[in-house]
Write a protein that binds this ligand. Structure first.
Ligand code: NDP
Length: 295
């Protein structure tokens, strides 16, 4: 393997430790802990696992985790009412409603009911707008924020690089592109209708793959020396019958022969997402308390 491995686990551990230190200072300054409320509707197994990890990471960082587990048949009106209650609660700095929601609930309506200044997932349309216009008050979606953190650590200043983002979802691709534009990269956003995707990818100094297609990005899509960030999490059949394994959107082994640096899956972008959720909660808490925003 020629590429440097970008260790998201180590970067996330360092960030979580830093957030923990800042959370203790916040508590000393305000007499209360920063609080993150999580809302889970139903019992989707993957969502339950995600919520458990988020809650334990919140506690480990010295912040308060307040969880609301609602049955799958909870009405939309009841979820909206809970969000309004959390909006009004001074002990709550961040609100995270775990997606996907059951199909009888309009997720967009729920997200748009969250106070934008408590929207630590950064999915509210006000935060999307703030990010698009470069307003520093934006709470930015955690996964692309984590990718940016890894890129800065790897490359330093990103000015002038050609960044290609594969995927244009509201939670990864679009905010990733806005963040890279904010760093003065030249940004190309690609999607399922893009013509000659491999050719475009080959011109990328920075390639971010957020597609959801196992090992789609091949070695000949990558410019020698490029920095490759693989957001994809895809479960595929494993070597043994009945077993599965996780792979990214990039064919890791072959891409690592050409790239300058690359994130693995797992252990790359994934751990950064929760670390950034803690960071966003702390940022929201500082703003709400009228304290200067921590770096
Ligand atoms: P979405 O399904 O919302 O978006 C996928 C995007 O990929 C779309 O914009 C789609 O284009 C594009 N796309 C699909 N097929 C192709 C193709 N053949 N060529 C080019 N573009 C294509 O996914 P998300 O953005 O939510 O997630 C992307 C991946 O990242 C998934 O694997 C997900 O599991 C993972 N993920 C990982 C996280 C982490 O913490 N590491 C967090 C969030 C997501 P179009 O718009 O035209 O349909």
């Amino acid at each position: 393997m020629a590429a440097r491995l970008i260790d998201g686990k180590a970067a996330a551990a360092a960030l979580r430790a830093r957030v923990g230190g800042l959370a203790a200072m916040f508590e000393a300054a305000t007499g209360r802990r920063a609080g993150l409320a999580t809302v889970l509707v139903g019992e989707d197994p993957a969502s339950s696992v995600y919520i458990r990890s988020k809650r334990s990471a919140t506690g480990e960082a010295g912040m308060e985790s307040i969880h609301h587990a609602l049955p799958a048949d909870t009405s939309e009106a009841e979820v909206l009412a809970l969000v309004e209650t959390l909006n009004a609660d001074p002990a709550i700095d961040g609100i995270l409603v775990q997606l996907p929601l059951p199909s009888h609930i309009d997720a967009a309506r729920v997200i748009d009911t969250i106070d934008p200044d408590k929207d630590v997932d950064g999915f509210h349309v006000v935060n999307a707008g703030r990010l698009a216009v470069g307003d520093p008050a934006a709470l930015v979606p955690c996964t692309p924020l984590g990718c940016l953190h890894l890129l800065r650590a790897e490359l330093g200043k990103l000015t002038g690089y050609h960044a290609v983002v594969i995927g244009r979802s509201n939670i990864v691709g679009k905010p990733m592109a806005s963040l890279l534009l904010g760093e003065s990269c030249t940004v190309t956003i690609t999607h399922s209708h893009t013509r000659d995707l491999p050719e475009i990818c080959r011109s990328a100094d920075i390639l971010v793959a957020a597609v959801g297609r196992p090992e789609m990005v091949k070695t000949d899509w990558i410019k020698p020396g490029a920095t490759v960030i693989d957001v994809g999490i895809n479960r595929v059949p494993g070597a043994e019958p009945g077993k599965t394994r996780l792979v990214g959107d990039v064919a890791f082994a072959e891409a690592a022969e050409v790239a300058g640096a690359i994130t693995p899956v797992p252990g790359g972008v994934g751990p950064m997402t929760i670390a950034m959720l803690l960071r966003n909660t702390l940022v929201a808490a500082h703003r709400r308390a009228g304290l200067p925003q921590p770096e």
